[in-house]
Design a protein around this ligand. Structure first.
Ligand SMILES: NC(=O)c1ccc[n+]([C@@H]2O[C@H](COP(=O)([O-])OP(=O)(O)OC[C@H]3O[C@@H](n4cnc5c(N)ncnc54)[C@H](O)[C@@H]3O)[C@@H](O)[C@H]2O)c1
Length: 349
């Protein structure tokens, strides 16, 4: 098959249908498909439908339970812990942020931890939900070992992303979402899938040597933390919130996404009403003023525009909603392979 450009609703229907045929409930299938296609729409292709083969391999081999039957523990007015019972991380995180927002709307603050979870995809989806409900949100998750402790050469921490969302009166909320590594490891996997090199500075080999070869990076190498020891410090904190606090596995004890083992990933959401210390109107007016001043900053030569955190992804989404989502030949092949397992012949038109 060759590369295609596919309309987002066509792709959403295909992914929805695959999940349905794999035994997921209608609502869960929709949530999963919406999340993955949203990642592609936002230009985060490493966390979009390119993940389908991995997810479905895990579902078929029983490494992930179909459904979303978590249990609630340690519940207080403002916080609770979910035991995810090894269901899809995206479903558990969607539910986790919904509960955190519900608690914030009642008490001002909502905090939800999740243990026994799985890979939850792109964090932006969760913090945007909170921002759309006039809440400020912090979201983190741990992930399989990829980053060495600063000075070490063996992977220990995951690429442990953290994201924040802030409501605004502007066209888009602020949605910042980054791995604490220089890039998400998924981008290295996508480069490997598409037979492309990676920039020097993303990863090192198992001997600690810089590499532009995704195969070398993924064969016992490590991904570099963003900002050196500072990224390491952030990855450390994300690990504590996601796992030590929730009871999920940490560091190298976390199961691999790609091997036949359960993951026990942890997620953590902290959400609070944006009008906790002031009224909403004042909060948003001051946000607008800050945004205006940030945007008006004198630009260095060659820079046409200053973007807000997350703005590039909102612009990309609008573009791809009109022009379609580009899928590489390798991703199309994988989608065809996965769909065929459920008797589905994918159409990309
Ligand atoms: N679930 C997991 O286990 C896991 C692990 C790692 C990463 N991820 C996901 O991978 C995705 C990609 O992470 P990443 O670190 O490669 O992201 P990235 O480097 O593409 O972007 C990081 C952030 O920087 C902002 N940004 C980039 N350029 C900018 C500019 N010129 N001006 C203003 N802001 C700008 C983006 O809007 C974004 O919020 C994220 O969605 C993350 O949640 C998930």
């Amino acid at each position: 098959m060759t590369a295609v450009r596919v309309q987002h609703d066509v792709l959403q229907r295909l992914i929805h249908n695959i999940f349905l045929n794999a035994g997921f409930e209608e609502e869960d299938s929709k949530t999963l498909a919406d999340h993955l296609v949203l990642a592609n729409l936002r230009g985060i292709d490493s966390h979009g439908v390119s993940r389908m083969k991995t997810y479905m391999d895990r579902v078929r081999t029983g490494m992930i339970n179909v459904g979303n039957h978590y249990t609630v523990h340690n519940e207080y007015a403002s916080s609770c812990l979910l035991d995810g019972k090894n269901h899809m991380g995206i479903l558990l995180a969607t539910e986790g942020i919904r509960i955190a927002v519900e608690k914030a709307e009642k008490t001002g603050i909502g905090m939800v931890g999740i243990r026994q979870s799985n890979h939850c995809g792109m964090l932006a989806d969760y913090v945007k939900y909170a921002a759309d409900h006039d809440c400020v949100a912090l979201a983190v998750t741990n992930s399989p070992s990829s980053i060495a402790p600063w000075g070490g050469k063996e992977a220990f921490f995951g690429t442990n992303p953290f994201a924040y969302g802030i409501p605004t009166r502007e066209e888009y909320p602020i949605v910042f979402d980054m791995a604490t590594s220089v890039v998400a490891r998924g981008k290295i996997r996508l480069a490997q899938k598409n037979n492309m090199k990676i920039p020097i500075g993303w990863a090192v080999s198992k001997d600690g040597e810089p590499t532009d070869d995704p195969n070398v990076a993924l064969d016992g190498g490590t991904v570099l933390p963003v900002g050196g020891p500072k990224g390491y410090g952030l990855a450390f904190f994300v690990e504590v919130l996601s796992s030590i606090l929730t009871g999920a596995s940490f560091g190298p004890h976390l199961g691999s996404l790609y091997l036949n083992e359960q993951q026990d990933v942890g997620q953590y959401f902290l959400v609070f009403k944006a009008d906790l210390f002031t009224d909403m109107d004042t909060f948003k007016t001051r946000m607008s003023q800050m945004i205006e001043e940030v945007k008006a900053n004198p630009r260095i030569e060659g820079i046409e525009r200053i973007y807000l955190p997350g703005e590039l992804e909102f612009i990309q989404k609008e573009k791809r909603e009109k022009e379609g989502i580009p899928l590489s030949a390798a991703v199309v092949d994988e989608l065809e392979e996965v769909a065929s397992l459920y008797g589905i012949i994918p159409s990309f038109v």
